[in-house]
Write a protein that binds this ligand. Sequence first.
Ligand code: TXA
Ligand code: MG
Length: 327
Amino acid sequence: MRFLKATPQNIKEAGRVIREGGLVAFPTESVYGLGADALNPVAVAKLFEVKNRPKLDPLIVHINTPVEIERLCTKIDERAKRLIDKFWPGPLTLVLPKSEVVPDIVTAGLPTVAVRMPSHPVALELIKEADTPIAAPSANLFGRLSPTTSEHVMEQIGERIDLILDGGKTPLGLESTVISLVGKEPLLLRPGSLPLEDIEDVIGRVKVLNFEPESPQSPGQLPHHYSPKTTLRIKKIDEVVFENGKKIGLLAFTNPKETSGYEAIEVLSSKGDLKEAAANLFSSLHRLDKANLDIIYAEPIPETGLGRAIMDRLRRASSEHLQKNEV
Ligand code: TXA
Ligand code: MG
């Protein structure tokens, strides 16, 4: 594995690696992605292997110009066009009927494909240099915390990939919002860095799937996701009970009134700003996860705007782990 700063020269080299069927981790404005040539099924198969990702969970295809979507999707309706005009490049992924160009392994056999045009200059430049759309899941092991720095990528999958492009901390820190425009009604498949309210301002009401650990209604709704290895529970701060000898960590939204009793505390935003909280969420969880705690308590966050996505991640992180301590 090579670890390279995202200079123009190195991005060019990374583009070559992708074209030749290799795997490159790169920054986007949301989280780090692990990229492969989306039109090369063998390269895409490696993505699933490296992440231990079930092949039924489809990938997002990244493009560097809106017109590329016409090659990947068969039907781009008015709603899609309006959203693209308003929010691309940016953290919005659209699910639409796929064209024959897209290999089945990318979409897990579904007749639809998820597409997004990121705004991060390194991501855009990489797609340009690779000269092909890039399929990229978040660059973490399946189910684990998403990476917002190149060090997070290194720790989880560094050994298994060809190249990491280091572009510093990702500015938004939460994955893109995923909207399906396949049916009559637009559907929110994953809350993310673009608030639902902004999307509804452009296309009207969007149907929301509630978090149901027992019956995920789409591949993007799998529970046991975004999880630290340490057990995490959502709890109001005044309901935390301290037990003798138990090491407790706190993930607080704003500065807590009482700090004694905790082994470690992470504050997401001292001014109570949701954008700042979203940007800090995964890096705070990564740090707490390394602090050798018995349990992490996460303070609930108001569920408006970005708060919806943050709470979604916390709920998944706190749902019972199937395979605790497994990598
Ligand atoms: O911000 C992001 O979206 C990051 C960066 C790297 O772009 N990528 C990312 O990819 O989060 P990933 O693979 O971790 O999440 C993609 C989500 C999954 O929940 C997947 O189930 C959903 O998108 N998805 C992809 N294709 C789909 C499809 N055809 N229908 C429904 N859901 C789909
Ligand atoms: Mg992911």
